[in-house]
Write a protein that binds this ligand. Structure first.
Ligand code: HGY
Ligand code: MN
Ligand code: MN
Length: 425
């Protein structure tokens, strides 16, 4: 795949290396090597016509990316280790700070979502080892993007989802998590003991417009929203699209459409402008133009920073489903995603350190902010103190091939994360 990004020299010129060398007094990371690794990773599963990537969890592209990462970890002097669910760790000896994110992507993924945090972690761990700095380990969690569940790899590692339940998760193409992880073959090792890590830091693109619109370079994350998700199935009556009068239909799609359009009214007294809900997947059976669909199955996901509000949104959804079942005469069932992804505050001490690093690297061009996206840090917070740092997303676009961030902002994020890692020590 052609390298759609600017060439390496142009990228480095954009980084103003004189500034970079002035601020990087702690762990001497190499921005060129960092950007080269990011570009190399983008090529694995890269879309030929854009900057985007396709690396669904446990796809051949995902496994190739993990093998590439394991080799880079080994070359950096870290012990590459796959756990039973495909989380890939690069382990330093003894107690260490853990940095990382994920390398699996959405079906049409951006080149930086997750990959940025993993490659930045690799560069910082490598530079720390080269310079006799603090012990730093690296992780790429598996299935953060929810091909099977939601943040599956870190949910299992954090004990929020048991392995048997994870194995029962099934992707939309029918592949089970058990079948998928069997592809690890001889790579697989034991689960890594979280007690060896002092804390976890994750750098990530913002995936929203706030920093980009403000012209700021860094977000210090205060908390991560909670997420709830249901699979809703509507069973009506499959019938002839020409001979079935409209009044006699039990059209599963029209009920699904009613539910989608009724949600804003049902949520009106519950939500804030930051609350979000999405119907991202829908399947109609039998899916033919001349057949009134007898079955509709769709995902409904909602997110908010307040757990109580998530509960009230869920109650409103269940009431709407009951009303629609009565009105339409269709059978409506809902299966809730089992494991809990509650709103998660970031560790106050790590926020303070990240704020100091942000002020040192990009004085006055940073802010504290919540995360509207979910991240593995939500799960890791069950095991150790966690912190997150954002870099801007150009025009706020993510989960799309157009996702991108300016090279100077990528390097500023690297500098902030390295500075914070050095302060944590
Ligand atoms: O959906 C999310 O928030 C994450 O990007 N997987
Ligand atoms: Mn992500
Ligand atoms: Mn994502």
């Amino acid at each position: 795949m052609g390298d759609h990004g600017p060439d390496r020299k142009a990228r480095l010129d954009a980084c103003n290396l004189a500034w970079f060398n002035r601020v990087m007094k702690t762990i001497p990371v190499d921005p060129a090597r960092f950007l080269d690794d990011l570009t190399a990773l983008r090529r694995i599963g890269g879309d030929s016509a854009s900057m985007g990537v396709r690396r669904r969890a446990f796809s051949s592209e995902d496994l190739a990316a993990r093998d590439w990462l394991a080799a880079r970890m080994t070359a950096a002097g870290l012990a590459a280790h796959f756990d039973p669910v495909g989380n890939l760790f690069g382990l330093a000896e003894g107690r260490s700070l853990l940095l990382g994110s994920h390398t699996d992507t959405q079906p049409e993924g951006g080149w930086l979502d997750g990959a940025l945090g993993v490659v930045a972690a690799l560069e910082i761990a490598r530079a720390a080892r080269e310079s006799g700095g603090p012990a730093i380990s690296v992780v790429s969690f598996q299935d953060e993007e929810g091909r099977f569940g939601a943040l599956t790899g870190s949910s299992v590692w954090a004990g929020k989802l048991d392995l048997a339940a994870a194995d029962g998760l099934v992707a939309s193409d029918g592949l089970s998590f058990a079948q998928a992880r069997a592809q690890l073959g001889g790579r697989v090792g034991t689960f890594v003991d979280p007690a060896q890590f002092s804390a976890f830091l994750e750098m990530h693109i913002e995936q929203g417009p706030v920093l980009d619109q403000a012209g700021e370079a860094i977000g210090v994350v205060t908390g991560i929203v909670g997420l709830r998700q249901m699979q809703i199935t509507i069973k009506g009556q499959q019938n002839h699209a020409g001979t079935t009068p409209m009044a006699h239909r039990r059209d599963a799609f029209s009920v699904a459409a009613n539910i989608a359009t009724a949600l804003p009214d049902r949520f009106a007294n519950i939500v804030t402008p930051q609350s979000v809900w999405t119907i991202g997947q829908i399947a109609l059976h039998p899916g033919a133009a001349s057949v009134v669909p007898g079955r509709a199955t769709f995902s409904l996901q909602w997110r908010d920073i307040d757990g109580d509000r998530l509960d009230r949104m869920e109650a409103a959804i269940m009431a709407l489903l009951a009303d629609e079942a009565t009105r339409s005469g269709c059978e409506i069932t809902a299966t809730r995603l089992r494991h809990d992804l509650s709103p998660m505050p970031m560790d106050a001490g790590l926020q303070a350190i990240l704020a100091q690093s942000a002020e040192a690297v990009v004085p006055g061009r940073w802010r504290h902010m919540p995360s509207g996206a979910l991240h593995d840090a939500s799960n890791v917070a069950a095991l150790m103190p966690v912190g997150m740092v954002f870099v801007p997303s150009i025009e706020g676009i993510s989960h799309a091939f157009e996702e991108d961030t300016a090279a100077a902002d990528l390097v500023a994020g690297l500098a902030v994360l390295a500075d914070a890692a050095a302060r944590i020590g």
